[in-house]
Design a protein around this ligand. Structure first.
Ligand SMILES: NC(=O)c1ccc[n+]([C@@H]2O[C@H](COP(=O)([O-])OP(=O)(O)OC[C@H]3O[C@@H](n4cnc5c(N)ncnc54)[C@H](O)[C@@H]3O)[C@@H](O)[C@H]2O)c1
Length: 439
């Protein structure tokens, strides 16, 4: 089987490498020349556990190829996956220009039957737009008899566990219009699901909708728990206990009930905005989802507010250590990360920031430039700090040496955005502790 995966980012590179691992001949295509040249030399453009060895093994085995030239490989393929970015426009609409560029290239160069699969997260109806755009152009080119199908195959991998998620998915959602598309997608995914075939076939519109509904559900759970956490603080309850009590109900379950300093990343925020916008375009107001977004925007301010209230609005001139810049652990992705909201507020209030992250320093530099000090490790970040704030729960932050920290910090204050520390333990080292949703 020969496929092309267009867009070699978090989704495209992981998908391409995982398909190749199952024996598929995969060509990963990107417009970013530097990225493609780097990949050919073994350079992995993103931090994702397990990805480097997977890419290297399959590249060396000749099953994984990289190119910037889609037209030159297109007519050697049975399927083309579109996995380019779909960022938010200013009004929240998903910007489909990257998807359309790829569709136009296919339309202009396709000479053999193809199945074009949308893997990017796209608003409901986009796969049909791709279908109509390509069909029209094929007809203009006099290729009226050329078979051309579309399918929707939204991706559910999580950054930080992307390879594992792709290799052992909970389920694979596929929207199709034809038996031919269904057969090809079944062949492609069967190796991943040999013991329990969990591909859910459906119509294309429902498949596209499933992706947004899933992300909206997860974001709702997070914002819901943040709302509960904020009330816990006010009434004197402990959200850690409440979460355990709530999550033990098998109808509810434990996952995505962790309160914190808001969700970020390249998916939830933009997908929530796009869903709200799609609803508006259809004359419908998504009230629950709008509240989820509003709650998240508020929660992203919470770490700064806790610091501000501790210092009675006198943050100017304070040195603040920030542990964690990525939007979650095990990734270098800082897009819409709560750490960025925090750091911007700190800098505007006149504080100096000393930040450390195990993987995301380089990415963060694109957003923050030289406005902060990039520390060498957690202790370097905390040196002389008036407060330590933890927006991201990387494993290496979980058991620091509090004795050392108590000596090197100027003020023993910890604001824990992910509830990873124990108040009593910190108190025994003389630290003032502020968590989320706790007294
Ligand atoms: N990152 C995730 O965790 C995740 C999870 C599920 C779904 N998604 C969705 O998958 C899609 C891709 O996300 P991502 O995080 O991989 O994006 P990304 O920004 O990491 O990668 C996109 C890639 O597409 C390339 N590209 C842009 N235009 C191109 C073109 N015309 N031809 C070839 N390549 C082109 C870019 O250079 C970039 O390398 C988005 O719709 C996103 O919402 C992402």
């Amino acid at each position: 089987m020969k496929i092309a995966v267009v867009g070699t980012g978090y989704v495209g590179l992981v998908s391409g490498a995982c398909f190749a691992e199952m024996g598929v001949d995969v060509t990963c295509v990107d417009i970013d020349q530097e990225k493609i040249e780097g990949l050919k030399k073994g350079g992995i453009p993103i931090y994702e556990p397990g990805l480097k060895s997977l890419v290297t093994r399959n590249y060396e085995a000749g099953r994984l190829h990289f190119t910037t030239d889609l037209p030159s490989v297109l007519n050697d393929m049975q399927m083309v996956f579109i996995s380019v970015g779909t960022p938010s426009d200013d009004d929240g609409t998903a910007d489909l220009s990257q998807v359309e560029t790829v569709a136009n290239t296919i339309a202009d160069h396709m000479m053999v039957p193809l199945l074009v699969v949308t893997k990017s997260t796209v608003p409901v109806g986009t796969s049909f737009r791709v279908r109509d755009l390509v069909r029209k152009r094929l007809d203009e080119r006099g290729l009226n008899d050329l078979t051309f199908d579309v399918a929707s195959n939204p991706e559910f991998l999580k950054e930080g566990a992307a390879v594992n998620d792709f290799m052992s998915p909970d389920r694979v959602v596929v929207g199709v219009e034809t038996e031919h598309a269904k057969e090809l997608m079944t062949r492609l995914y069967r190796p991943f699901l040999l013991n329990n075939f969990r591909v859910i076939f459906m119509d294309i519109l429902s498949s596209e909708m499933t992706k947004y509904a899933s992300n909206a559900m997860l974001a709702t759970r997070i914002s819901f728990m943040n709302d509960i956490a904020n009330l816990c603080e006010r009434v004197g309850a402990d959200v850690n206990m409440v979460r355990r009590g709530v999550g033990s109900d098998s109808r509810i379950g434990r996952s995505f009930l962790y309160p914190g300093c808001g969700y970020g990343g390249s998916c939830f925020p933009k997908d929530i905005r796009a869903l709200i916008k799609t609803a508006e375009d259809f004359g419908y107001e998504m009230r629950v989802i709008k509240a989820v977004e509003e709650e998240n925007d508020r929660q992203k301010e919470i770490l700064f507010e806790k610091l501000n209230s501790h210092f009675d609005d006198a943050i100017k001139g304070k040195n603040v250590a920030v542990w964690g810049l990525s939007f979650k652990p095990e990734t270098d992705d800082v897009r819409e990360a709560p750490s960025l909201t925090l750091i911007h507020s700190l800098l505007s209030a006149g504080a100096a920031v000393r930040a450390y992250d195990p993987a995301a320093m380089e990415e963060a530099r694109h957003y923050l430039g030289d406005s902060i000090y990039y520390a060498n490790d957690i202790y370097d970040a905390a040196d002389g700090a008036d407060a330590l704030i933890v927006p991201t729960e990387w494993k290496e932050f979980r058991l620091p040496n509090w004795s050392i920290l108590s000596k090197i910090m100027n003020t023993r204050l910890v604001i824990d955005g992910r509830n990873i520390y124990n108040r009593e333990e910190l108190a025994s080292h003389g630290f003032d502790y502020r968590g989320i949703g706790q007294k």
